[in-house]
Write a protein of this length. Structure first.
Length: 98
């Protein structure tokens, strides 16, 4: 678990706790801590292996104070679709596709 604090004050949260799965190098859980020290929001991600790489299966953000939550489920994902590596150079990413 990594606890981090913003360098400049952030009105949204005072700190953040991030869980890291060291076997798969993923982040399954993140807690956003309010100024009062209580968990304000929780983010959880479920991962699955698809075509030899890890991809998200579902994502959920929960407001711990209200109980409200947003959930995204990814049912179909395609990886390694044959995009040219040149599309992902620093220059291409900065200028965009032309």
């Amino acid at each position: 678990v990594i606890e981090s604090t913003p360098r400049t004050p952030n009105p949204a949260y005072a700190s953040r706790r991030t869980w890291v799965d060291l076997q798969r190098w993923t982040t399954p859980r993140v807690e956003f801590i309010a100024a009062d020290g209580k968990v304000a929001r929780t983010f959880e991600a479920r991962w699955k292996e698809g075509s030899g790489v890890l991809v998200w299966e579902s994502l959920e953000m929960k407001d711990e104070r209200t109980g409200r939550r947003s959930r995204i489920e990814l049912s179909e994902q395609t990886v390694d679709t044959g995009l040219a590596p040149e599309l992902f150079t620093q220059t291409a990413l900065l200028r965009g596709v032309r």
